[in-house]
Design a protein around this ligand. Structure first.
Ligand code: TRP
Length: 337
């Protein structure tokens, strides 16, 4: 900490699983906000690889995806000199506190988690204990760093609520230990929808490749996907009810260029959807290009990437271990000296 101003900053933490390349929706809706949060908050960001093995993973692929996600977080502008940036499995305190919190979590609470119900339906052949107790590990990810805020999407709010319950329960049962965090729903995050069915959220697991833009898509691919995006037959670029496809494209264009809906309407007044879609594609490609360049450089130097991971893990461990040893002492464990 360089000055007293920094010490009074609120803290924020979030994590992302290393499963697949994030979409433009993940970027505009979440990741880009992490970058801008770095100045306002003391932040910690992690690649949640321990969470990824709650479903079957091919080892070589998982290994690559962990490095790729870490490199991508650096490439978008997360700065290891400003924020804690690390790979979860390299900080053993997560698994350790995860166990301790699992022992404070009731079977009934975990059974109510909608993500567990969804995932166990989708992976009926592998309903493992980790998938079930995942929210206790997520609570550990969070509580170790004593954050005030946890920037997450709607789908993780229930897990954040459980985290709060666990923090309050622990604080009451032992003594005040954990900051009780709040979910932080981004005010600026765009809600990007599928390019093929704008009533659905843009998803990387969509079987239709044209429905989403991946952060690694090249310019031609991006332009082609936007050209094929679903619109309507009105041929007028305006933001209005019933124009889900056009609204979605306008939101993307606005998020990337900073232009308001009115400015966009004026810009494309009297022009068809063809021009508009090309402009959106160009703007998105221009936004992603510098990230992709930095990403390529980072992936080209594995030694440096691993050194950054190691440094991040050491810095995170320092913070996490302090919380962990407090918890262990309070619970009655004998701490090795
Ligand atoms: N469970 C989150 C997801 O699937 C990822 C995650 C793991 C997370 N630990 C976290 C998010 C802690 C916020 C805070 O998207």
């Amino acid at each position: 900490m360089e000055n007293t101003v920094q010490e009074t900053k609120k803290r924020a933490l979030s994590c992302i699983q290393p499963t697949g390349v994030p979409t433009l929706g993940n970027y505009l809706g979440a990741l880009r906000n992490w970058v801008s949060m770095q100045d306002e908050f003391d932040c910690a960001f992690a690649v949640a690889d321990l969470h990824a093995v709650t479903v079957k993973q091919e080892p070589a692929k998982l290994r690559t995806q962990i490095s790729e996600m870490f490199a991508l977080l650096l490439a978008i502008g997360l700065d290891p000199e400003k924020s804690l940036l690390f790979v979860q499995s390299q900080v053993p305190a997560h698994a350790q506190l995860g166990w301790l919190l699992a022992c404070q979590t009731q079977f009934g609470e975990l059974s109510r988690m909608t993500q567990f119900k969804d995932k166990s339906a989708r992976h009926a052949d592998n309903i493992n204990a980790g998938l079930f107790s995942y929210p206790a590990l997520m609570a550990a990810d969070i509580l170790l760093y004593q954050p005030d805020y946890v920037p997450v999407g709607e789908d993780q709010k229930q897990h954040c609520e459980l985290t709060r319950d666990l923090a309050i329960r622990f604080n009451n049962r032992y003594s005040p230990t954990f900051t009780v965090p709040e979910p932080y729903i981004m005010k600026t995050g765009a809600r990007v929808r599928s390019l093929q069915d704008p009533t659905k959220k843009m998803s990387k697991s969509d079987e239709n490749q044209n429905a989403f833009v991946s952060m690694k898509d090249d310019k031609d691919t991006i332009l082609r996907k936007f050209r094929r995006a679903v619109t309507d037959s009105e041929a007028c670029v305006r933001y209005a009810e019933g124009k889900d496809g056009v609204n979605n494209l306008m939101e993307i264009y606005s998020a990337v260029t900073g232009k308001s809906m009115e400015q966009i309407e004026v810009e494309f007044d009297g022009r068809g959807y063809g021009d508009f879609k090309t402009a959106v594609g160009e703007a998105v490609a221009a936004e992603l290009a510098p990230i992709q360049e930095r990403y390529a450089v980072l992936m080209g130097d594995k030694a440096q990437l691993e050194a950054l991971m190691k440094q991040g893990a050491e810095r995170a461990s320092y913070v996490a271990n302090k919380t962990l040893s407090k918890v262990m002492k309070k619970m009655g464990f004998v701490i090795a000296r």
